[in-house]
Design a protein around this ligand. Structure first.
Ligand code: TXA
Ligand code: MG
Length: 341
């Protein structure tokens, strides 16, 4: 594809300039792609009902065409256009969590092109909790397809610079509203089955969903892979090899560094709970410290930063598999899995 000039337009995250939104919407209506901020990660926005735009999204991301996209809407009323049915439980979830980091998988209408859903009979929809995203969707007037605005396989972008690092020269515009708040993607919940099942852990925890609607179904790995094609592909992976430290003590870190150094020169580490003093000298460190929310917020940026520094192995600290920690561990495990997994 011939390179195009990618422009960056800075917008206020709370009160986006109307002219900037209008310009972005005009590009999208003409079939172009515009990266936009959400509360989770930056999305690659294209007209969700235009097959030409959808095709372009897959090409630009280098994404397999059987991995479906999320449609972003600006109000629950817009659901009627894309969802053929709304189970009662979906209404309860929308009431509790929208706008927010919860994507619902619902039966699709014939308005939704097959390209948006990878040929599935269901469609994934969410209403993001970000003034810029909402203003853009309203201005475009149709649902916005919005996969994460990274090259397929790279960690999702949490800043406009990350988007440029992956997609400069292949999209028309990036709306830059600063770093995203949550830092990991939305939770994908299949509500076409009873009880609903989490297909991808994300920004809204399973515990919070269960507090609202009662127990969810088990996530049987094989079935989840079949139902959410995206789970099959390698994800969230920097170029470097990732070593996940499940048991985080200074001793286990030292052992992991020794193991990494037995075959690699340049070793990096994403530090969460361990003190800087626990890191052996010569190891490049990025901090994503504090709470689990801080870890989620800083994780993808830390992986990208270490990649840019050219490290060959990145050691990452594990967290407890609960709340937002489940989403963090899901991303860490997938980043740490071998390329053909
Ligand atoms: O937070 C997010 O969800 C971000 C922001 C930009 O909104 N978007 C995002 O999109 O992460 P993407 O395309 O990178 O991930 C979409 C996930 C994939 O795992 C995909 O397989 C799943 O949603 N998905 C989409 N449609 C589906 C469907 N009909 N059934 C099951 N899973 C679906
Ligand atoms: Mg993605």
């Amino acid at each position: 594809m011939a390179a195009i000039e990618t422009r960056v337009s800075s917008v206020d995250p709370e009160l986006p300039d109307h002219a900037a939104i209008q310009e972005a919407a005009t590009l999208i209506c003409a079939g172009e792609l515009v990266a936009f901020p959400t509360e989770t990660v930056y999305g690659l926005g294209g007209d969700g009902l235009n097959p030409e735009s959808l095709r372009r999204i897959y090409t630009v991301k280098g994404r397999p065409s059987d991995n479906p996209l999320i449609l972003h809407i600006a109000s629950p009323q817009q659901l009627r256009l894309v969802a053929a049915e709304l189970p009662d439980i979906a209404s309860a979830l929308i009431h509790s969590f929208w706008p927010g980091a919860l994507t619902l998988v619902l039966p699709k209408t014939s308005e939704v092109p097959d390209l948006a859903t990878g040929g599935l009979a269901t469609v994934a929809v969410r209403m993001p909790d970000h003034p810029v995203a909402l203003a853009l969707i309203r201005q475009v007037g149709t649902p916005l397809a919005g996969p994460s605005a990274n090259r397929s396989g790279q960690p999702s972008p949490t800043t406009a610079q990350h988007v440029l690092d992956d997609l400069d020269g292949s999209i028309a515009l990036v709306l830059d509203a600063g770093p995203t708040l949550i830092g990991v993607e939305s939770t994908v919940l299949d509500v076409t089955c009873s009880p609903p099942v989490v297909l991808r852990p994300g920004g809204i925890s399973q515990e919070a969903i269960e507090a609202a609607i009662g127990p969810l179904g088990e996530r049987p790995e094989a079935a989840a892979y079949r139902r959410s094609p995206g789970m099959r592909y390698r994800h969230y992976s920097p170029r470097a090899r990732v070593l996940l430290l499940e048991d985080t003590t200074p001793d286990s870190l030292q052992l992991a560094v020794d193991a990494a150094r037995s075959c690699h020169q340049r070793v990096g580490c994403v530090l969460h709970r361990l003190a800087l003093g626990a890191v052996p000298s010569g190891v490049m460190v990025k901090r994503a410290g504090g709470s689990v929310a801080d870890y989620a917020h800083g994780l993808f940026a830390a992986l990208r930063d270490l990649d840019r520094l050219g490290v060959e192995v990145i050691i990452v600290e594990g967290v407890t598999d609960e709340g937002l920690g489940t989403a963090v561990m899901d991303r860490l495990r997938r980043a740490a899995s071998p390329p053909d997994a």
